[in-house]
Design a protein around this ligand. Sequence first.
Ligand code: S3P
Length: 182
Amino acid sequence: MTILLKPIALTGLMGSGKSSVGKILKRQLDCKFIDTDDAIVNELGLSIPKIFEKFSERYFRRKEEELILNISLENSIIVATGGGAITSLKVRNFLRKNFFTIYLMSDIETLWARISLSKHNRPLINDDNGRQKLEKLLADRSQYYCQANLIIESTIRDTKRDIVKHILIELSKSSIVANKEI
Ligand code: S3P
């Protein structure tokens, strides 16, 4: 049995696969999983577009920051962060201090192919210039994403299972997971 020895945070832009990779990892490592977007949506009872529309992006960012800074730190937890969470300095410092961070790095073609059909769920890119806006977010945020402990490529050619396999190999090399006899 493989167990997790340090909390993991998955970062990356919308469409990089944080939620789906996180769910597979959770099953493989038998640990807790938090998707920060889902947690905020559940808490407020509103979809992300509705939260942006009714309150504002700033309000959403405050909620996101508050939620992440209050995550109870236990070794056995994986957190899929919203794509913009790392724009907060407090969040970056918190993740750096307490988590093993993994950036799922995707090229713009991959991201756009994965999310263009559901862009209505993503208020920051939900218009005719969605692709250009996504490109700008990637350019602006790459400096933060690249501060991760581990960078894993997540392209349209990689299956989620291959990505997870790759992550598990790297986690084992970095002693973030260990095999335990049962
Ligand atoms: C955002 C990414 C979204 C969500 C919100 C804002 C961003 O999360 O938090 O739409 O700023 O990149 P995902 O990355 O999980 O899609």
